[in-house]
Design a protein around this ligand. Structure first.
Ligand SMILES: Cc1cc2nc3c(=O)[nH]c(=O)nc-3n(C[C@H](O)[C@H](O)[C@H](O)COP(=O)(O)O)c2cc1C
Length: 222
C-alpha cells in the first residue's frame, strides 16, 4: 500500500468482525512497525499481544470493574480539555453518537457504548503497550506514540483496522492479572486490532482536522 494512501486511509475502527487475526500476521506487523523511531534508539516499548481467552478475560474483568462502580484510572493522566481542545472533543462525540444513533439524554445507550470501549470495541485481538518504570515518563510516552501510529499504518497493509485505545487499559490491574504484565512496567495504552466490520456505523466516521494554515507558522520563506 502506498504510504500516502495508508496515512489517508487510517482511521479509528470501533466495530470489528469476530474473525481471529493470525499470530503470524500480528508478528509481521510488529516486526515492521518496530522500525519506528525512538529517542536515541532506546526502543522503550514492551509489547503484549492478547487474543482468545486471555482477551476475553480482560474484557470481562473491565466490565466487572465498571459494573461494580470502580472509577477507571487513565494510564496517562490529563486534566479536562478546555477551549478549542474541548470543542474538538465534543465535536468528535457528536459525530460518533450521531452515527451510532445515540441521543444525548439516552443514558442506557451511552453506557452501552462506554462498555464497548472497555471490551476493546469487541476486537478479536489487542496490543498492550507498556514501558519500564525506570524510564522517564514523558520521553517514553513520545516513543510509544511513534510506535502506535506505525503499527496502525502497517496493519492497513493486511486489511486490518485499529483503534488506539486508552480506555481498554484504564483498569491496569485487570490487564496485569490476565496478560501477566509486571508492576515494574507502566501500561501506557492499547491498540484494538481486527478486521473492520464495514457496516458498523461508527466506522463511517471521518474525524475532522484543522486546515494546514491554522496549524503552521512559516518563517524565512520569502
Ligand atoms: C493516545 C490515544 C488514546 C485514544 N484513546 C481512545 C479511546 O479510549 N477510545 C476511543 O474510542 N478512541 C480513542 N482514541 C482514538 C481517537 O479518538 C482518534 O484517534 C481521534 O478521534 C481521531 O480519529 P481517527 O483516529 O479516526 O483519525 C485514542 C487515540 C489516541 C492517539
Amino acid at each position: 500500500m502506498d504510504i500516502l494512501e495508508a496515512i489517508r486511509a487510517r482511521k479509528s475502527i470501533r466495530g470489528y468482525k469476530p474473525d481471529p487475526v493470525p499470530r503470524g500476521i500480528l508478528r509481521e506487523i510488529i516486526n515492521i512497525a518496530s522500525r519506528a523511531p525512538s529517542a536515541m534508539n532506546t526502543q522503550p516499548w514492551e509489547i503484549t499481544v492478547v487474543t482468545g481467552k486471555v482477551l476475553d478475560n480482560i474484557k470481562q474483568g473491565n466490565i466487572d470493574m465498571v459494573s461494580s462502580g470502580t472509577t477507571p484510572e487513565p494510564a496517562v493522566r490529563s486534566k479536562p480539555f478546555e477551549d478549542k481542545y474541548r470543542q474538538r472533543q465534543v465535536e468528535l462525540a457528536i459525530q460518533l453518537f450521531g452515527l451510532m444513533g445515540i441521543a444525548r439524554e439516552d443514558r442506557v445507550k451511552r453506557a452501552e457504548w462506554w462498555q464497548k470501549g472497555f471490551r476493546f470495541f469487541d476486537a478479536p485481538a489487542a496490543i498492550i503497550l507498556s514501558v519500564d518504570r525506570s524510564l522517564e515518563e514523558a520521553r517514553s510516552q513520545f516513543d510509544i506514540g511513534t510506535l502506535a501510529q506505525t503499527i496502525c499504518l502497517t496493519a492497513l497493509n493486511y486489511d486490518l483496522g485499529t483503534c488506539i485505545e486508552d480506555q481498554g487499559v484504564t483498569f491496569p490491574e485487570i490487564v496485569r492479572r490476565f496478560a501477566h504484565i509486571p508492576e515494574s512496567q507502566r501500561i501506557v495504552t492499547s491498540i484494538a486490532i481486527g478486521y473492520p466490520n464495514r457496516d458498523f456505523p461508527a466506522n463511517r466516521l471521518e474525524s475532522k482536522r484543522e486546515p494546514v494554515d491554522e496549524i503552521v507558522t512559516w518563517y524565512g520563506f520569502d
